[in-house]
Design a protein around this ligand. Structure first.
Ligand SMILES: C[S@@+](CC[C@H](N)C(=O)[O-])C[C@H]1O[C@@H](n2cnc3c(N)ncnc32)[C@H](O)[C@@H]1O
Length: 284
């Protein structure tokens, strides 16, 4: 089979299964199998594939036909302009979470007293996307990253090593803020916030492949955020900042929770480019 024939066959199967972007996905899968760029794909369309390459492509197409997300199949996801290794042990980082990174960098660069290295904690780090992005943007920062899932932390370690920030990020396994060895200046958290009743309405790509511990936020979606607020006492320095990602429609409820737990703090909602409140900033 030639490269061109393999490409069309893969595309045909994906189209037949109603996969959106079938033609792009077929290209990515074939590039991944052959470890070549898209330009390489079209520069030699008559090249014959080896039987091992055909088998590998068939297997990857089969995985996609069974709704496995492309990011897991390709073991790669772009977040904040950075390539991250991902697999089924972690949530695939979402573009909306980049807002949290932007706000954290803004706080560390502009609102933080000069002359001191900010200590930052990324709670529920998953792939390490937030922690690694912050470490690359803020070379002076000391960063802790926690997760309850030891296997997610293995993926975070891979990404810390890949981006050479393993010496600057301390990975800690445990429940929310509990593993932190000392108070920090900023806590950034994208915790699970999907309501129990909404879990089954998510796409197959999510429900069958992404870890439930990364999604399930309890009955009203705010269970984990409540637990974190409950643990906050003594974990943030005065003048410190807590940044939380929230689901669509949750901003007001989270602000009111934060005001109950921390009556002296200032809270603010931050909207994404589509005008949806996506993050809550709590300043002590
Ligand atoms: C929504 S995912 C976010 C992952 C990553 N920070 C991101 O933005 O792509 C939530 C993460 O929180 C972790 N998690 C769930 N419960 C936790 C807990 N009690 N303590 C610490 N981490 C927890 C999950 O394992 C998962 O990696």
């Amino acid at each position: 089979m030639t490269l061109n024939q393999a490409l069309h066959l893969a595309e045909h199967k994906l189209v037949a299964a109603n996969i959106e972007d079938a033609s792009f996905e077929a290209e990515w899968l074939l590039c991944h199998v052959l470890q070549i760029s898209k330009a390489g794909l079209y520069s030699n369309p008559e090249r014959a594939l080896r039987s091992a390459e055909v088998r590998k492509l068939q297997h990857l197409v089969w995985r996609r036909l069974h709704h496995e997300p492309m990011a897991y199949i390709l073991e790669c996801c772009q977040f904040y302009g950075i390539d991250f290794y991902v697999d089924g042990r972690v949530l695939i980082p979402r573009p909306e979470t980049e807002l949290l990174v932007e706000e954290a960098i803004q706080f560390a660069r502009h609102d933080f007293p000069l002359g001191r290295q900010p200590a930052i904690a990324d709670i529920g780090t998953g792939s390490g996307a937030i922690a690694v992005s912050l470490a690359l943007a803020l070379p002076q920062a000391v960063i802790y990253a926690t997760d309850i899932s030891p296997s997610a932390l293995q993926v975070a370690r891979t990404n810390c090593e890949r981006h050479k920030v393993d010496g600057r990020i301390t990975l800690l396994c445990g429940n929310l803020l509990q593993p932190l060895p000392k108070p920090v200046d900023m806590i950034v958290a994208n915790l699970p916030y999907v309501r129990s009743c909404d879990l089954s309405t998510l796409s197959q790509e999510i429900t069958r492949f992404e870890p439930t511990t990364a999604l399930a936020g309890g009955e009203d979606g705010l269970g984990m955020i409540r637990c974190l607020l409950n643990q906050l006492q003594g974990r943030l320095y005065p003048g410190g900042c807590l940044l939380l990602e929230v689901g669509q429609g949750q901003a007001e409820a989270v602000r009111s929770l934060a005001n109950n737990y921390l009556p002296q703090a200032n809270t603010k909602s931050i909207a994404d480019l589509g005008g949806i409140d996506r993050a809550i900033k709590v300043m002590l």
